[in-house]
Design a protein around this ligand. Structure first.
Ligand code: FAD
Length: 447
């Protein structure tokens, strides 16, 4: 190693490298904000953040092991005491970031993560002492980046949610089977681009919701004369925390105060492609609807090269098609002249009996999709579907995906052989977790 002349030097070098890794790790408290700034996807930045974090842990372990070979720890020395505290908080950060903690207690993880990171920062500062100028400058730049990104984010939240006429955005919940629609009226409309999502803060939903905000894709919107979205809809699948509290509020028949933080997300420009293949499982359809809506709008105004759009959607239950039925019908109607939109719904579970159907469909209009929508009672065979799509495609093709992990893995593998043949694959910022599979298909056939 260059410039290293012994264990002590190597230990100090490992420690210094760990401190330098802290700069990108502490650059902001909202990964989506940094991801947009760097032009990366949310997931890509999350992996990057985890990888740099793991490297920092490895270098810290190296630092501790090597320094302990050179001299004995003396906890009476303040600097060494803070060294132990910094190492301990980094270990804590590592442990709470393991998937089984992060996924199960996400909110607790987020709060602890930020708290431990600040404690580690302070401990490191005290551990290094005044003579380590370069390292202290590195830590100060991390703090500076954190402050600037937080200020910019705060300013955008105020800009988006407050005008002289309207303070706060207002949300109304429309309950549905399994998934609810949250309609948000925003004080300051903007032109929505496909691929955007926002963080929703709804302080009155539960005692703890004041401390939380959650990301949701903008699934649909209505526009003013300038094409800016005045009201937008989110499709929300309830889990156990904030989304479950939202579900309990779904019997409210009045709107309530919310704030939005966003929009975030890499926008997807579909107009350069001739064929779009949109692949979703379950609630993933929420992230794909905007691509569909904007592609049909562009097709009507002849501002796109798209000649064929194929939507492949794997649903768990037949009634799930209600989530987007009215929007899908609207798009099919708008596309009546060009007829570029085709859709295949793969339904894993059909209603078992009339009572189920009656309960789920009560008071709702039937779905008059028409011939361009095919409904199959089977699980989607991705290999077979993609082989067919690749045969039928015309020219440059975009495969956009918002689907559970297994489906994405298969698609990625399949797409490798087409990469050189004008086919791009894009995984959207929202990727649903594998949905709970109930029963396997009882009926098969095509409607
Ligand atoms: C970019 C993006 C877009 C999304 N769009 C949608 C959408 O359109 N519709 C939809 O139903 N869901 C969407 N989600 C998922 C949604 O954010 C979570 O389901 C929601 O935050 C769960 O809240 P909860 O407190 O009820 O979760 P919990 O019951 O506590 O946990 C359920 C799951 O959600 C994850 N989760 C919890 N909080 C967050 C958070 N703040 N950020 C990310 N994940 C979290 C947990 O890791 C866990 O896997 C999106 C997620 C991302 C990252």
């Amino acid at each position: 190693m260059v410039g290293i002349s012994g264990l002590s030097d190597a230990g100090l070098r490992a420690g210094s490298l760990a401190v330098f890794q802290m700069v990108p790790l502490m650059a902001g408290n909202r990964l989506s904000f940094i991801a947009d700034f760097m032009g990366l996807s949310y997931h890509c930045l999350r992996y990057l953040h985890s990888s740099v974090g793991v490297m920092a842990v490895a270098q810290t372990v190296g630092h501790i092991v090597l320094m302990s070979r050179v001299r004995r720890f003396n906890l009476e020395i303040v600097q060494e005491r803070f060294g132990i505290l910094a190492g301990g908080s980094l270990l804590g950060l590592f442990l709470i970031s393991l998937p089984f903690v992060r996924n199960v207690l996400h909110e607790t993880f987020l709060k602890l993560h930020v708290g431990l990171a600040f404690f580690m920062f302070y401990s490191l500062w005290r551990h290094m002492g005044a003579e380590r100028h370069t390292l202290r400058i590195a830590l100060m730049s991390a703090l500076g980046l954190f402050a600037v990104s937080s200020l910019l984010r705060g300013a955008r939240i105020i800009y988006r949610n407050f005008t002289w006429k309207q303070q706060w955005a207002r949300a109304t919940i429309f309950p549905g089977n399994d998934v609810m629609e949250i309609q948000i009226k925003v004080p300051r409309p903007w032109v929505i681009k496909p691929g955007q999502y926002l963080y929703l803060w709804a302080p009155r939903v539960s005692y703890l919701s004041i401390f939380q905000s959650h990301p949701f894709s903008i699934a649909w919107w209505s526009e003013d004369a300038n094409g800016r979205a005045t009201t937008m809809s989110l499709l929300v699948e309830p889990h156990h925390g904030f989304t479950n509290s939202l579900r309990h509020k779904s019997n409210l028949n009045h709107s309530f105060r919310v704030a939005i933080d966003g929009p975030y997300g890499r926008t997807v420009d579909t107009s350069r492609y001739n064929t779009l293949v949109l692949f979703a499982t379950g609630i993933g359809i929420a992230a794909l609807m905007p691509l569909l809506k904007s592609a049909i709008k562009q097709s009507k105004s002849a501002t796109t090269l798209v000649k064929r759009i194929s939507v492949v959607w794997q649903l768990e239950e037949e009634s799930d098609e209600r989530w987007v039925a009215s929007w899908m019908n609207k798009l099919l109607e708008e596309d009546n002249e060009s007829k570029i939109l085709f859709s295949s719904l793969y339904v894993a579970q059909r209603f078992d009996n009339d009572e189920d159907e009656e309960n789920n469909y009560k008071g709702k209009v039937p779905i008059p999709y028409g011939k361009r929508v095919k409904k199959l009672f089977a699980r989607a065979d991705i290999r077979e579907i993609m082989a067919k799509e690749m045969q039928e495609r015309r020219g440059r093709t975009l495969v956009a995906v918002s689907a559970e992990g297994k489906v994405r893995d298969t698609l990625r593998k399949l797409m490798r052989e087409y990469i050189e043949k004008d086919v791009d694959i894009q995984e959207l910022d929202f990727q649903p977790h594998g949905w709970h599979k109930k029963e396997m298909v009882k009926h098969k056939g095509v409607i």
